[in-house]
Design a protein around this ligand. Sequence first.
Ligand code: GDP
Length: 676
Amino acid sequence: IMVLTRKMIEIRNILQRVGKSDSLQLPSIVVIGSQSSGKSSVLEAIVGHEFLPKGNNMVTRRPIELTLVHTPGATVEYGEFPALGLGRITDFGQIQRTLTDLNMAVSDAQCVSDDPIQLIIYSPMVPDLSLIDLPGYIQVESVGQPPELREKISKLCDKYIRSPNIILAVCAADVDLANSPALRASRIVDPLGLRTIGVVTKMDLVSPERGAAILRDNQYPLHLGYIGVVAQAPSLSQGLRQRLTGGNISGIIAQNEKSFFDGRREFDTGSGVKTGTVELRRTLMHVLESSMSSSLESISNAITQELEEVSYKFKVLYNDRELTAESYLAENVDALKQRFKEFSARFGKPQVAAMLKTDLDQRVLNILAEHYWDDKTLASLSNASPDDKHWQHHFDASSLALTRLGVGRVATDLVVNALSSKMQRLADETDFRHNHFASNHIQSAVQNILRSRYHSTADQVENCVKPFKYEVEVDDREWNVGKERAVVLLKEEAARVEAAITELKKSVGSKRLGQVMSFLKEQGAKEVQANEQDMGGYSGALLQKGNYANYLQTRADVLKMRIMALKSKQCRSKENQMYCPEAFLNVVADKLAATAVLFINVELLTEFYYQFPRELENRLVRNLTPDQIQAFAREDKEVKAHIEMQEKKELLQLALDKIESVILLEKTSKMQQEQR
Ligand code: GDP
């Protein structure tokens, strides 16, 4: 059994992934011949299908690297273009069209391209072979062909017919061999004819005597000899051909050749000439096999050398640290999880409570300003009767404004926004920031979880604060805490107001600001007209600042008064809450915050902390395709270089292991043969 070629083709494919290195090339069979010599017909006879581009003006413009893979027992024959990712193609007409398209893609100006097309054909009818089809030599230039085409094709062929490749020189029997450009080219690189096989096509077009004479040729002797073929399939209707051949035409071609060569004395076994496509295949297999076998050692040496070099570089550059796209992704996912864990420890119930309280405090201040501090009659509050309608109304309205602000949504929004932006920052601290794809996944993981929890959290919070909308029970301790806290808040507010005044003084000048302020106060309730006399000689901008300073001053005074009120005897008891709205609203805000935090912690935060690492794992590890993972890792240039070098090292090691096992296999089988 011929396992060597197959194994070597496998090894060649591995080496191809490492990148082209001349020293690591395995022998292939290169098919050359002039146009219309029957090159395509020979290849198609070997494959058993018509699959090569045809047509009057159809010149093969790119080399086709054809790998035949013998698949014993398989029921389907199919082709694959590994570079195109089209998958299995069982229709050989489709393969032919694809090849035509690929050829036509080479521009007329470029004429030919040396970028090979890779095609693999799997079939139980083909032997394991590796063939390269090249553009045919031009003998007679046709109209419209660029004049340099002939030269370019020649050069391209020269590149491929170098050692250790085997040359399959195709010549037609009805053309003088002396005129064969294929033989001429091979003679230059292989003068002894050691790695050239001559294929003489169209044997049916010359007399048997003449045909046999060509095959016995001693004018151009070839060590591997000539083989005469009739590679053309007899013309049959599609339907009949299908019925006769079951799709594969190599049998019918062989049959046709048999009827042509058999029984003719010129070609019988004693004549010493070789004929037929069956014989050609057998020869190709043997020649390729032995050529592979003799290059085993040198290839193995070349791989060893390359591997040593890469290993050394890998050690120097990366200290032998293993890195794959998968491990890189896993490292980053772990880093993010670690950061997330640290973050979740830092952002829990107390932090949410503080955040929410700060927010509610600001809202309380706004409500107080609206309902109390802007009220010009505020000074009358402490002397008002307990059933004073005006102040009772303000008290109820401000309490409702707080309990009905929709704390469920307010609190949930607050936490959701905080989590989103913190998560974004966490992701930005890892390598995921370079990768749109991954950061989108992270963000949408965050959003998905938060969205799925949003409504139920907000609703539950809102439901549980409902009782506060009707009545808020306050005990003594709560009252005292609320009052203290209110004093602190008012002091902070007073400090902000003072700071704003200082800022104004600095920008206008303390004295001048004082003047404008008194001027404006004198004007009193009188409406200031927009003409110079009424403006007291001050500019509009200055008057505006003066107005603002007066407003701030009033607010500062109000705050001072309210702080005193809160500290006074009147506010000592919760029964007097109507006179101390700042303390009361603070207590309410505290209760709202405490309730909200309870639910947010359970319904949102804990859920989020549980789900996020799992969702992350799902999206970034389990759901990414290998290509996406590779793309992610390779976005970072250094990681890319590292991964590629490691891959190269691994592939070389794999190739070396394989080739060593092949060498061992060869030795054993040789020993067995000798023993016989
Ligand atoms: P290529 O240009 O070298 O690929 O040549 P083709 O395989 O396309 O063949 C050129 C022409 O020769 C086609 O019309 C084939 O049908 C014909 N041809 C190929 N082989 C034979 C053969 O063995 N006998 C005869 N009579 N014609 C052949």
